[in-house]
Design a protein around this ligand. Structure first.
Ligand code: GYE
Length: 410
C-alpha cells in the first residue's frame, strides 16, 4: 500500500511539474524566458508521458490490490465506516437532530447525527398470547421509520436458542441498540458479553434476566410480576375468607420466565400464609390457549372439586374455559370455579365483564414508547433508570365497566 502511495505521489508531482512548465512556455511566448522554455519543451513532454505512465500503472495496481483483498478485510472497512456513523449516534453524543426534533427528555422524533435511522434489533419472545401481540404492535409503532428508527424484529418462537442466535446476528449487523424480551431468566451472560464487547447497548423489556454482571444490560422496563401475584392472592383471600378449604389449580406460564416466576412466587406466599389453601395441581401451559385447554382437559378428569383456577395469563384462562365448557363444568362469578387471570387484555376484560373471569390483574404490554424514550435518552447523553416498573391495576368482575374496556389500547 505504501509503495502504491509513493508511485501515486511521484506520478502526480511529475504531471503537475510538467504541466507547470508547459504553462510557463505559453506565458513566455515572446518573453525573455522563451529560450529556456524552448530548451525545456521536449523535457516537459517527457515528464508528462512518464508521469502519466506512472499514474496509469498505480491505478491498475490499486485495482488489482482491491480485488485481492480478503472478504474479511472488506468487511473490516465496511465496519469502520458504519462504526464512524455509530460513534456519532453513541450515547452522550447529543445526537438530537439539528431542528431540535429530538429533545433531551426523549420526546419527539430523532434523527441520527449522520441523517440516518437508529437501527434497533429487537428479539421478541414469540406470538404466544394476546399480550405478546399487543407488545409487538406497540414496539413496531414506536420504533417506526417516521420516528427515526429502523426496527429489525425477530420472533424467537418461545425458544431461547433462537434469541441467542438473533442477538449474535444483531451484533454481526452492527445495530445501534439491541432490545431483548428474554424468554427465560437464565443463560444470557455469554451472548450479552459479546454485545458488550461490540459496544452495543442492550435494553431489556418485559421479563428480566438473572446475571451476576448488571453491566451486561443498560436498563430494563417491565412489570413487577411478584406484585401482580400478590394482588391476585389478596383478592382470593378476600373473596374466600372464612372458607375452611380452598382447592386451587395452577396453570403456569413458560417455566423459567420472569412472568411465571413472579406470579408463582405470589401464589406460593399465599399458600404458605393460608392454611385452608390447597394446591391440587400445578402445570405449565406455556402461556398459550391451546396448551391451556390441553392441560385443563387432563386436570378436569382428575379433580372434581376445584375452587380457583389461577391462570398466569388470559390466553391460558381462555383455554381453561374452553376445557370447562366442553366438560360442562361451571365457572366464573356464578359458577363452581372462580377464575383468576393475568394480563387484562381487551379479550380478557370482556370475559371479566361477562363474569367468566372473576379477577384479572393487569400487565401492561405497551413498552414501545418506553423503549423509544430510553433510546432517545441514551442518544442525548442522559442515563435512564436501571429498572423501570410499569404501574398496573386489576379488574374485578363485580366492578368492571364497559368504559374501562373501551379505553383499552390492547
Ligand atoms: O403475561 C403473557 C405473555 O412476559 C408479561 O408473556 C409477559 C407474559 C404475559 O405471553 O401473556
Amino acid at each position: 500500500m505504501n509503495m502504491m502511495n509513493a508511485i501515486n505521489a511521484i506520478a502526480i508531482i511529475t504531471v503537475i511539474t510538467a504541466a507547470g512548465m508547459k504553462k510557463m512556455r505559453v506565458r513566455g511566448m515572446g518573453g525573455a524566458r522563451v529560450r529556456g522554455v524552448r530548451v525545456a519543451r521536449p523535457f516537459a513532454l517527457l515528464l508528462i508521458c512518464g508521469g502519466l505512465f506512472l499514474l496509469a500503472l498505480s491505478l491498475v495496481s490499486c485495482g488489482g490490490g482491491a480485488a485481492e483483498q480478503s472478504p474479511g478485510a472488506d468487511a473490516g472497512q465496511a465496519g469502520q465506516t458504519e462504526k464512524a456513523g455509530q460513534a456519532e449516534q453513541a450515547p452522550g453524543s447529543g445526537a438530537a437532530s439539528a431542528d431540535g426534533a429530538g429533545s433531551a427528555d426523549g420526546s419527539g422524533p430523532l434523527d441520527g447525527a449522520d441523517g440516518g435511522l437508529i437501527v434497533v434489533g429487537f428479539s421478541q419472545v414469540g406470538a404466544e398470547s394476546d399480550w405478546r401481540v399487543a407488545n409487538t404492535k406497540s414496539m413496531k409503532a414506536a420504533l417506526s421509520e417516521a420516528n427515526g428508527f429502523k426496527l429489525i424484529l425477530t420472533d424467537a418462537q418461545q425458544k431461547q436458542e433462537n434469541q441467542l442466535a438473533a442477538i449474535r446476528e444483531f451484533i454481526a449487523q452492527k445495530v445501534d441498540y439491541i432490545v431483548l424480551a428474554p424468554v427465560t431468566e437464565q443463560g444470557w451472560d455469554e451472548t450479552l458479553k459479546e454485545a458488550k464487547a461490540a459496544d452495543i447497548p442492550v435494553i431489556l423489556v418485559d421479563r428480566m434476566i438473572q446475571t451476576s454482571d448488571d453491566s451486561l444490560y443498560t436498563c430494563w422496563v417491565g412489570s413487577d410480576f411478584r406484585k401482580e401475584g400478590e394482588t391476585a392472592v389478596a383478592w382470593i383471600k378476600e373473596a374466600f375468607s372464612g372458607k375452611d378449604r380452598l382447592v386451587i389449580v395452577h396453570l403456569q406460564g413458560s417455566l423459567g420466565s420472569s412472568a411465571q416466576i413472579g406470579r408463582t412466587e405470589g401464589l406460593d406466599a399465599g399458600l404458605g400464609a393460608n392454611a385452608a389453601w390447597e394446591l391440587a395441581v400445578r402445570e405449565s401451559a406455556d402461556f398459550t390457549q391451546v396448551r391451556g385447554k390441553e392441560v385443563m382437559d387432563r386436570i378436569l378428569k382428575q379433580f372434581g372439586r376445584i375452587d380457583v383456577v389461577y391462570c398466569e395469563n388470559d390466553n391460558m384462562a381462555f383455554g381453561a374455559m374452553d376445557a370447562m365448557d366442553e366438560a360442562r363444568r361451571s365457572y366464573g362469578v356464578h359458577g363452581e370455579t372462580a377464575i383468576v387471570s393475568f394480563d387484562a387484555t381487551r379479550k380478557g376484560l370482556e370475559a371479566t365483564l361477562a363474569g367468566k373471569i372473576n379477577y384479572n390483574i393487569e400487565c401492561n404490554p405497551l413498552h414501545g414508547p418506553r423503549v423509544a424514550q430510553i433510546i432517545r435518552q441514551l442518544e442525548n447523553g442522559a442515563v435512564p433508570g436501571k429498572l423501570a416498573y410499569v404501574d398496573e391495576t386489576a379488574f374485578d368482575a363485580a366492578t368492571i365497566t364497559q368504559g374501562e374496556i373501551d379505553a383499552r389500547d390492547y
